[in-house]
Design a protein. Structure first.
Length: 330
């Protein structure tokens, strides 16, 4: 019951051990300052040693609690005119949240049993306008049922329509309960959410009622998100064997495909895209060897590279033509 109350828990978002040490030092300094002030000014009015100790303890606890609420707090919500792209730390899987002007797009949900709902709470998600399921693999669509129950989306862009997966078998029922409209993802579509435009670059049209064939990664949704003068490429698990065929634009930011797996065509692709920032969504100590050393070497051409296994959730704040990167850790 108490956990359900407002402000029952406060997300911690301090950028590393040094910041945590400073925060705790500030709390300790505040406690000592109050103790000293109370001892000098008020203790003479309180009779008895036991009452004095109780007064000191109560004052110290109050100050420490208030200091913690101000010093240890979660990420700031998007400001007016600001786009926040959150590459969410959901383990070995993908989940990217875009928020701007009260509107929100979630691209993939991470693996079954993953922490996506906690990550969405930490991001302060109030409303989900568009849920994109890029393809029918559990590490991308596994938590879609839980997300739709907690955050009914207005539209579902489905890149795995017709696939025989646990999520796809129940998606129609989930969409009906959420009163969501379902759209099959095909190249050439553009969906507008607030001031964000999501353009589908891949996959190509497929006849209605036919199941997707071949490797699901090769049919994953490749999308470009544009707002103002900012462009982001989200290729899901589609590597350069797919994206090399596409007319890719130059972008400001890139989510690296397939958790940073080895991709011989990545250097050439980076030469076409020329992103200033790249994020790898990958789980710590995964058994696939992601991200591959060759991928990390190619990404040296990018000005700033972050990865969720080391940096935690990564937030890219875009406003006034400028990008600012916030790492949860490191």
């Amino acid at each position: 019951t108490t956990a359900a109350l407002p402000a029952a828990s406060v997300p911690v978002a301090l950028p590393g051990a040094a910041a945590a040490a400073v925060a705790y030092a500030a709390v300790a300094a505040a406690v000592l300052a109050v103790r000293s002030a109370v001892a000098r000014r008020w203790l003479r009015r309180i009779g008895g040693r036991r009452r004095r100790r109780r007064a000191i303890g109560a004052a110290a606890l109050a100050v420490a609690t208030m200091a913690a609420l101000f010093l240890i707090r979660g990420p700031a919500p998007p400001r007016p005119g600001e786009l926040v792209v959150s590459f969410l730390d959901v383990g070995q899987g993908d989940a990217t949240l875009l928020q701007a002007g009260g509107a929100a797009i979630l691209v993939d949900t991470g693996p079954p049993g993953g922490p996506i709902l906690r990550r969405l709470r930490e991001a302060g998600l109030k409303r989900l306008d568009l849920l994109v399921l890029t393809h029918g693999q559990a590490d991308h669509e596994g938590m879609a049922p839980a997300v739709l129950r907690a955050h009914p989306a207005r539209v579902i862009l489905n890149g795995a329509a017709g696939a025989d997966t646990p999520v796809q078998r129940q998606l129609a029922q989930l969409a009906a309960r959420a009163h969501a409209r379902t759209v099959v993802a095909e190249a050439g579509e553009t969906l507008r959410v607030g001031r964000m435009a999501l353009r589908v670059l891949w996959p190509p049209h497929r006849a209605a009622g036919t199941a997707p064939a071949g490797d699901p990664n090769d049919r994953a949704v490749v999308a470009q998100v544009t707002t103002g003068g900012f462009d982001l490429l989200l290729p899901a698990d589609a590597e350069s064997n797919v994206t090399a065929r596409l007319a890719l634009p130059r972008v400001d930011a890139l989510k690296v495909a397939h958790h940073g797996s080895a991709d011989d065509g990545l250097p050439a692709e980076l030469g076409r895209l020329r992103p200033r920032f790249a994020a790898i969504e990958v789980g710590a100590d995964n058994t696939y060897g992601h991200p591959a050393p060759s991928t990390l070497a190619a990404l040296r051409a990018v000005g700033d590279v972050a990865r969720t296994d080391r940096d935690g959730t990564i937030r890219l704040r875009v406003a006034g033509g400028r990008m600012r990167v916030e790492r949860e850790r490191g």
